[in-house]
Design a protein around this ligand. Structure first.
Ligand SMILES: *[C@@H]1O[C@H](CO)[C@@H](O)[C@H](O)[C@H]1NC(C)=O
Ligand SMILES: *[C@@H]1O[C@H](CO)[C@@H](O)[C@H](O)[C@H]1NC(C)=O
Ligand SMILES: *[C@@H]1O[C@H](CO)[C@@H](O)[C@H](O)[C@H]1NC(C)=O
Length: 391
């Protein structure tokens, strides 16, 4: 009977109705096997999840990239600059539904503080995103219902001060910027970027701003995306060159994590935390949070993907979610990691191959440690390298 049910669900999945599947999966034992073709017969033990905030309004920096355009009236109202829109809140909620579906086996339906840890960067949009996600993950059961008219309960998160947040390396780490400048000037990237000289001239004339690096083009790309979020369509000249703008955005993402030192500065501390916690768990410490959420930015999603060897240059979308899951094969006691990516809030998780591992969908624990040893960074080394003045 169960078997028939599973076959029916699998058939549904094959036809792409994964939302349907996800709803039902929550009620099934061992449902994760069903969702993750390629990692059957593994027990999920712990997961580290980095996601991008939801859709947002533009910020002043981005608008500066387009000074010649007319002044937009009221585009920030009622949200304010660089803030989550209502669509962005819905996106965060979708992330939460996805996480509840996927991690129902390791977190209780009751909010039990020891099971989950939640960290955000010090931005309104990442905090608001995780609040909407948590509201989807933990609608209160009777034991935690405190207001009969409200299907919501408070769940806390923690936030490091911006100035020493390793997730904000792209603001905080001058060494990272030096490295990126070197990459921009390298023959490889220069060669890739050369065909876009005409585009740069055009963008500089049309916007009235100095558009000269892949990063400048990428900011402009972001500006058009965020303006679209508040209902402002890009101008005709921009629509005509949009595909080229997107190509440069890809070059930018290829430059950001171009070598091990950049990856290390961008995500090495997080990776060190992953290895420390999973090692402790394997050694018998079962009291740690099993689900660890990091509500952050596209750079963090990309950086973590680069650190775990699953990144292909692209700009992660709103609500994109990368998970690194510690799993175990009960029969052999073998531990390993699986990487799962939902490419935007609301899309299903897909197992990504971990490059360099013999078994790409279940990378043996020790093989993974070997593979990533060059990009692991202790918090104190991060501080020494990135905050030389404080040292
Ligand atoms: C534009 O910016 C680039 C790099 O930031 C700089 O080298 C160049 O001099 C600037 N051009 C103008 C006209 O300001
Ligand atoms: C490593 O993990 C243990 C067990 O969870 C924890 O007590 C310790 O603080 C962690 N160390 C670091 C440096 O994060
Ligand atoms: C890890 O690397 C060491 C040294 O390079 C090697 O001896 C060992 O076999 C590797 N282990 C795995 C599991 O790949």
């Amino acid at each position: 009977m169960n078997f028939v049910f599973i076959i029916a669900l699998t058939t549904v999945a094959v036809f792409g109705q994964d939302q349907y599947l996800k709803k039902y999966a929550a009620g099934l034992d061992n449902n994760l096997d069903l969702l993750d073709q390629g990692i059957p017969n593994t027990e999920l033990l712990m997961s580290f999840v980095v996601f991008r905030h939801g859709d947002r309004t533009p910020d002043e920096e981005e608008l500066k990239k387009y000074p010649m355009d007319q002044k937009y009236e009221n585009i920030f109202f009622p949200y304010g600059t660089k803030s989550l829109t209502n669509k962005g809140k819905q996106r965060g909620y979708l992330v939460g539904e996805y996480l509840r579906g996927r991690y129902d086996g390791i977190i209780s339906k009751l909010y039990l503080p020891n099971e989950i840890s939640v960290r955000t960067t010090d931005y309104a949009r990442t905090k608001m995103t995780v609040l909407t996600a948590l509201s989807a993950m933990y609608p209160p059961l009777p034991a935690q219902k405190w207001n009969p008219f409200l299907s919501w309960q408070p769940i806390p998160y923690s936030t490091l001060p911006s100035a020493d947040d390793d997730l904000l390396y792209y603001y905080n780490c001058p060494r990272y910027h030096d490295l990126r400048k070197q990459v921009y000037n390298s023959p490889e990237i220069q060669k890739k970027f050369k065909p876009y000289e005409g585009l740069l001239k055009l963008l500089t004339i049309k916007t009235g701003a100095n558009i000269s690096t892949p990063e400048d083009v990428f900011y402009l790309d972001n500006l058009f995306q965020t303006l679209a979020n508040v209902g402002v369509k890009p101008p005709k000249w921009a629509v005509e060159v949009m595909s080229k703008i997107k190509e440069v955005t890809k070059i930018e993402y290829g430059s950001e994590f171009h070598n091990n030192e950049m990856i290390k500065l961008a995500s090495g501390v997080l990776l060190a935390d992953v290895l420390n916690a999973t090692r402790a768990l394997i050694n018998g410490d079962r009291d740690q949070p099993k689900l660890r959420l990091y509500s952050a930015h596209e750079n963090n999603v990309a950086a973590f993907m680069a650190a775990i060897n699953v990144f292909k240059p692209h700009q992660p979308k709103y609500g994109s979610t990368i998970s690194l899951e510690l799993r175990k094969r009960p029969l052999t006691d073998q531990y390993g990691f699986t990487a799962v990516y939902a490419s935007e809030g609301g899309s299903p998780g897909v197992v990504l191959p971990i490059a360099g591992c013999e078994e790409e969908s279940f990378c043996d624990y020790n093989a993974f440690v070997n593979l990533t040893q060059h990009v692991v960074l202790s918090r104190s080394d991060y501080k020494n390298v990135c905050f030389p003045s404080i040292r």
